[in-house]
Design a protein around this ligand. Structure first.
Ligand SMILES: Cc1cc2nc3c(=O)[nH]c(=O)nc-3n(C[C@H](O)[C@H](O)[C@H](O)COP(=O)(O)O)c2cc1C
Ligand code: SF4
Ligand code: SF4
Ligand code: SF4
Ligand code: FES
Length: 596
């Protein structure tokens, strides 16, 4: 019998942006041409985690993964792979990357290689807009189990036993939070999914929803049953249109299947979900600001206690969890807390999703068991530092986190070890930094972000971050003064201690951690007016060297006519005119311009 094939086209945002959406019609056209329509199914999937190689296309059976596929490649793929049965080596991703390996063993519950997918178990596997795909992979079985075999108290106990901690940043024990909310007498109660995801560069939650929105819906219904809530709200930023569309469809489909609404699965439990859009302020991810935002008020934090479990949305008990936290719930109920506890470390159970970015070969979305080391993530999952550059630091926890140097590479990824090392787990941002980046500049980047996003309610954060940013700006511009580092430390300490919410309390972290681990770079900027990474524009001078062949290319691109020289003669830069735009440096093909 002729082989039947299944082709999966990755429909995650990065692949869409690199052109994946043009592939489907090209595939259909070629299948028609070869009369293969009846033997081939085409389906879409969420992110496979290999976004740097997108658009991604997978051909089954055999799990051949094709990367960087263009419309023009489709005829060859169909001809070679589907007609002649020879996978096209030119585009197949051959390296033994961990994501290839996990993909091949999907369905095996034991982890393979360094990655393990619990929260993202269906991403890249199911068509996220087809609830039947989810149902075929034991979707909503955990909900059925909860409603038919377990009391709400037993569900809470199972989550508590699992050791799951909140994936939104703070790492609060999830079961304990559920227990507090369940213990409240006031009604109605609410359940919220926090999909605000405001950290710069973070895309874990967006990808999780884009790839498998159903698991979040299922997790929330189970949460509602466990704590006695009748209404759930997904708070998601408006900048995530694809994720919004998919979660909205997942909610509608769940309703149509009797998995949401009145008397779910014939039980006496009723629960429904509403989608609320946020306008994209970082502070609105903070739970009390988020609640204000849903209530229609300005998204500003308030002091806690009372915690949302006691007084949350509209003053009622509210259970609020992060997208990834919710995505773990069905697995905990189906495979059991005892199994879940076998993954991870003593105090951090399960896996963690990271958006791996920066100077690393394989950027993308990864999920690894807690306890994996930073070195394993960067060098094994991430494939190391590109272009033979030297590793300098890894930034975890986004704008609330810290930068860890080489000496910390063997730190285990878990809440306690990262905190001991001087950073945090955060929600999963991980940026790898090489020797070409300036640590003062990196600290400034994150502080600029938090300063901009400060809601202005309390003085230490509103004014303090501004003063810190002024000092950092002058240091990077070559105007640093003796005593500036100490001033940053004092200000940072005060802001951490006196700010009202987590934004202010953590805003100084990138600065304080870079001072702790890279103090010499601050000192060089201040005392020697030197940036060793040559990243701070004001501290860099461009000079033409003996290698110059006088081609004139730099002279033609210089926007201020600072370069002079006759054809085939050594050119010269007038330093008084130069505005340090770097265009000459980027243009010279003879490596004749030095940054000093
Ligand atoms: C400034 C700030 C931004 C935050 N942004 C998010 C966010 O985008 N997503 C999230 O889940 N939690 C965010 N949090 C944490 C939430 O306040 C809350 O702790 C979390 O949603 C609880 O869910 P979890 O226990 O499942 O982590 C943020 C906290 C602060 C202080
Ligand atoms: S710490 Fe900053 S973001 Fe938080 S309430 Fe105060 S001013 Fe607003
Ligand atoms: S581009 Fe390079 S080689 Fe050409 S004139 Fe400028 S410095 Fe010399
Ligand atoms: S850095 Fe910019 S301004 Fe300076 S010489 Fe080169 S091109 Fe001209
Ligand atoms: S979006 Fe396609 S692999 Fe990430």
């Amino acid at each position: 019998m002729a082989t039947t094939y299944g082709i999966i086209v990755c429909d995650g945002t990065p692949c869409i942006n690199s052109g994946a959406r043009t592939l489907t019609s090209a595939l259909q056209e070629q299948l028609d041409r070869h009369g293969l329509r009846d033997r081939v199914t085409i389906s879409l999937s969420g992110c496979l985690g290999m976004c740097d190689k997108g658009p991604i296309l997978v051909v089954n059976p055999g799990y051949t993964i094709y990367g960087h596929v263009t419309e023009a490649d489709i005829p060859e793929i169909i001809e070679e792979h589907l007609v002649h049965g020879r996978p096209l080596a030119r585009l197949a991703i051959q390296e033994d990357h961990l994501y290839n390996r996990f993909f091949r063993v999907f369905g095996d519950e034991k982890f393979f290689g360094k990655q393990m997918r619990i929260a993202l178990r269906n991403c890249g596997i199911i068509d996220p807009e087809n609830i039947d795909d989810y149902l075929s992979l034991r979707g909503f079985e955990a909900l059925a189990k909860a409603l038919t075999e377990l009391t709400p108290e037993q569900v809470v106990a199972e989550v508590e036993k699992s050791g799951l901690r909140g994936r939104g940043g703070a790492g609060f024990p999830t079961g304990l939070k559920w227990k507090f909310t369940a213990a409240q007498k006031a009604t109605p109660k609410y359940v919220i999914c926090n999909a605000d995801e405001g950290d710069p560069g973070a895309f874990m939650d967006r990808s999780a929803i884009e790839g498998d929105p159903h698991t979040v819906v299922e997790g929330m219904v189970i949460g509602g049953y466990a704590v006695g809530a009748s209404k759930g709200i997904v708070y998601i930023r408006a900048e995530y249109p694809l994720a919004i569309r998919r979660i909205t469809k997942a909610v509608e489909d769940a309703r149509a299947h009797g998995l949401l609404g009145e008397n779910i699965l014939g039980s006496d439990f009723s629960f429904d979900i509403e989608i609320r859009l946020g306008a994209g302020a970082f502070v609105c991810g903070e739970e009390t600001a988020l609640i204000h935002s849903i209530e229609g008020a300005r998204g500003m934090p308030r002091p806690r206690p009372p915690y949302p479990s006691v007084q949350g949305l509209f003053g009622r008990p509210t259970l609020i969890n992060n997208v990834e936290t919710w995505a773990n719930i069905p697995v905990i109920l189906l495979d059991g807390a005892n199994w879940f506890r076998t993954v991870g470390t003593e105090n951090s159970k399960g896996t963690k999703v990271f958006a791996l970015a920066g100077k690393v070969v394989n950027t993308g979305l990864i999920e690894v068991p807690m306890g994996t080391t930073l070195r394993e993530i960067i060098y094994e999952v991430g494939g190391g530092i590109p272009d033979g550059k030297k590793f300098k630091a890894v930034q975890t926890g986004g704008p609330s986190g810290g930068c860890l140097p080489e000496g910390y590479l063997d730190t285990s990824i878990d809440y306690d070890s990262l905190a001991r090392a001087g950073s945090i787990m955060g929600s999963g941002g991980m940026i790898v930094i090489d020797e070409d980046s300036c640590m003062v500049d990196i600290a400034k980047f994150f502080l600029e972000f938090t300063q901009n996003e400060s809601c202005g309610k309390c003085t230490p954060c509103r004014e303090g971050t501004k003063r810190m940013l002024e000092i950092l700006t002058r240091i990077t511009e070559g105007q640093g003064r003796p005593g500036d580092v100490e001033k940053l430390e004092r200000l940072g300490d005060t802001i951490q201690k006196a700010s009202l919410c987590g934004l202010g309390q953590s805003a100084p972290n990138p600065v304080l951690s870079t001072i702790k681990n890279f103090r010499e770079e601050y000192e060089e900027h201040i005392h020697e007016k030197r940036c060793r990474a040559r990243a701070c524009t004001n501290l860099v001078t461009y000079q033409i060297t003996e290698k110059c062949v006088g081609c004139g290319a730099c002279r033609r691109v210089c926007p201020v006519a600072a370069i002079t020289g006759a054809a085939k003669k050594l050119h010269v830069i007038d330093q008084d005119k130069c505005v340090k735009c770097g265009m000459c440096f980027n243009t010279c093909k003879f490596d004749a311009i030095a940054k000093v």
